[in-house]
Design a binder for this molecule. Structure first.
Ligand SMILES: CC(C)(COP(=O)(O)OP(=O)(O)OC[C@H]1O[C@@H](n2cnc3c(N)ncnc32)[C@H](O)[C@@H]1OP(=O)(O)O)[C@@H](O)C(=O)NCCC(=O)NCCS
Length: 182
């Protein structure tokens, strides 16, 4: 037992059902609230497995409870990160921050100099979450499924030197969660 510390671990395609469950729970708040709807609404566990095959994913744990997930895809010049998901009951405790920090280590280990994410312009709090973590808006574009909606692309440079990380433990003993050390 690890005292309820927050840790982030990479997962494989066999864990796609878990990543799918976490994503569905985190994105449930957007059902019926976004135009066009989030792609997460109709995503299947098989599609999550395919996404993991195309890149990778990690799950955040507090003790034995899975509380969040993130995915990434290597693209020319950057690591695209998506479907950042934290269970509602575990938000505001640094879980999202730890998952993003983990993805940044994956970019570094793949020698990709930048991490990119895309957020709906209609959800400025999402862009603000990333901007508070060193990302800057580099582009605003039309949503591919609806010209009535726009998205913002945010990018953050990451150092490419040094070894990658295979797992990630943050927090202090006895604390429920904490910020990763920087
Ligand atoms: C966006 C999302 C991933 C954020 O997850 P989260 O775990 O709440 O994120 P964090 O806890 O790391 O950060 C949230 C706030 O808690 C603060 N925080 C970080 N560590 C903390 C700690 N140890 N104790 C208390 N607060 C903490 C952060 O500073 C942050 O505040 P700020 O954004 O006002 O600066 C989550 O709300 C979510 O899953 N939303 C639905 C899906 C979604 O929109 N995904 C993003 C798609 S682009």
């Amino acid at each position: 037992m690890d005292g309820g510390r927050l840790r982030v671990e990479p997962v494989g395609r066999d864990d796609a059902p878990l990543v799918h469950r976490l994503t569905q729970a985190a994105f449930a708040e957007f059902r019926g609230a976004l135009d066009p709807p989030s792609g997460a609404d109709t995503e299947t566990a098989d599609e999550v497995a395919a996404a993991i095959d195309a890149g990778g994913a990690a799950v955040a744990w507090i003790g034995e409870e899975a509380v969040g997930a993130i995915r990434w895809t290597p693209l020319p010049g950057h690591l695209y990160v998506g479907r950042l998901a934290v269970l509602p009951a575990h938000r505001g405790q640094g879980v999202g921050l730890a998952l993003v920090a983990f993805a940044e280590t994956q970019a570094a280990s793949l020698e990709l100099p930048e991490v990119r994410v895309e957020a709906r312009s209609a959800l400025p709090e999402n862009a603000a979450f990333f901007q508070g973590r060193g990302f800057v808006v580099v582009e605003e574009r039309l949503h591919p499924r609806s010209p009535a909606a726009t998205t913002v692309v945010l990018a953050k440079p990451v150092p490419t030197s040094g070894p990658g990380t295979t797992s990630f433990v943050v927090g202090i003993p006895g604390a429920r969660t904490s910020r990763p050390r920087e």
